[in-house]
Design a protein around this ligand. Structure first.
Ligand SMILES: [Zn+2]
Length: 405
């Protein structure tokens, strides 16, 4: 028999919690007049409750865990068998009572949230649960968060909210929402667990799997991409070449430009297809090019819709650029971390085993202090970008700091 939780790598404790809650949810459904599911952030004996937060570092599988739990709640066996109609339609994203919200831009709007909350309050068509999965709950605007909070405070009897956020820090999720939810913490999966999945399930040769798992620093999706996509490997190689290219002020600015432009190109390629398809679909729906009576008024309406779409697409492109740049910064941080480890002669494996000769040579030149200062410059750059400093300025400052040491 299959298992909806099989995709979660190295998360035994969390899976155990979710299995028990799903079994408990099934018992609640079948026990006529049994204990109702508490709505105040407390849980039944088996741990089922109305609102959950899934936290963990990027790539640990927050939304995978939430989706698997949603499937287990809709599973006719209550286990998440991955084979019944409830499991299969939930995983495929077509279950009538499961809604997955993936914000495309930088935030989820209050309008979207209100509509979602309204639909979530309806009786589940399948007779089990209405499940709402919010993939990036940390991107809720304050108003959207308030609309969600209201629903979580007074949940309809059969509605379950599953929120995914990087952490339960107040920057990511409001304290009041947090206090109403049960938290499932995912950890960064160990590299061996990621490598075992790549080798066992995806058929990646074991040595490539081990390398990709280490280079991806516990990010399952990234490891998969590095193992399979030569373009992703080439981009990573370019990032790891940065330290030896930093030979002066001019070179530092050049390296900053190259990093920013690579992120822009990667993001543009990632969204181009969706953008074009959306635009074509909108034009077809609007019957572009109409003439005659009412065409002028219709044209004004069309212009508004096209403008809306362009705004959404721009927001998504910005987000894709930030994500691409952040991946590059994490790879780069891995190099300086390896140099620090080498300088300290710490008995731990390097992140970038293929660049180990370079990071070891750098360690001899910089010592531990120099490696640490450079690592801190990268972390400061990420923090600056997260607090809305223009990426180019933050990256230029970082490159200068990396060069000067
Ligand atoms: Zn099932």
């Amino acid at each position: 028999m299959g298992d909806v939780f099989a995709e979660l790598v190295g998360q035994e404790a969390a899976v155990e919690t979710l299995r028990r809650a799903a079994a408990d949810a099934l018992a609640t459904l079948s026990a006529a007049g049994g204990d109702p599911v508490p709505s105040d952030g407390a849980a039944t004996a088996g741990g089922m409750t109305h609102a959950w937060i899934f936290t963990g570092p990027p790539g640990s599988g927050r939304s995978v865990a939430a989706r698997a739990f949603a499937a287990a709640l809709q599973c006719v066996h209550g286990t998440g068998c991955a084979e019944c109609a409830g499991c299969r339609t939930t995983l495929a994203g077509t279950h009538a009572d499961v809604r997955l919200v993936v914000p495309e831009g930088l935030s989820i709007s209050v309008g979207e949230m209100r509509a979602l909350v309204l639909r979530a309050a309806t009786t589940p068509a399948g007779g089990r649960w209405q499940v709402v999965v919010i993939a990036d709950a940390d991107r809720l605007t304050e108003a959207a968060g308030n609309a969600l909070l209201k629903a979580i405070e007074e949940p309809p009897p059969r509605t379950v909210f599953l929120l995914c956020t990087p952490s339960t820090h107040p920057d990511d999720i409001s304290v009041t929402i947090r206090s109403r939810c049960r938290v499932v913490s995912l950890r960064q999966p160990p590299a061996e667990a990621v490598a075992a999945v790549l080798a066992g399930r995806d058929g990646v040769p074991p040595d490539v799997a081990a390398w990709a798992a280490a280079a991806a620093q516990g990010h399952v999706g990234r490891a998969r991409l590095l193992a399979a996509d030569p373009e992703a490997r080439r981009r990573r190689d370019a990032v790891l070449a940065v330290p030896r290219r930093l030979t002066g002020v001019g070179a530092a600015f050049d390296a900053a430009s190259a990093l920013i432009e690579a992120a822009e190109a990667e993001a543009a390629a990632a969204v181009a297809e969706t953008d074009a398809a959306e635009k074509a679909a909108l034009q077809t729906a609007l019957g572009a090019g109409g003439t005659g009576r009412g065409a002028a008024g219709a044209a004004r309406g069309i212009a508004g819709q096209v403008k809306d779409l362009e705004k959404r697409q721009k927001s998504r492109a910005t987000r894709a650029q930030r994500d691409a740049l952040d991946r590059a910064l994490v790879d780069l941080a891995g190099f300086y971390r390896d140099a620090l480890v080498a300088a300290l002669r710490a008995p731990v494996d390097p992140v970038h085993s293929d660049a180990a000769p370079l990071s070891t040579a750098a360690a001899e030149k910089w010592n531990a202090e120099g490696a640490l200062r450079r690592l801190e410059a990268i972390l400061a750059c990420r923090t600056a970008i997260a607090s809305n400093v223009k990426p180019r300025i933050a990256v230029e400052a970082m490159m200068l700091a990396l060069w000067r040491g």
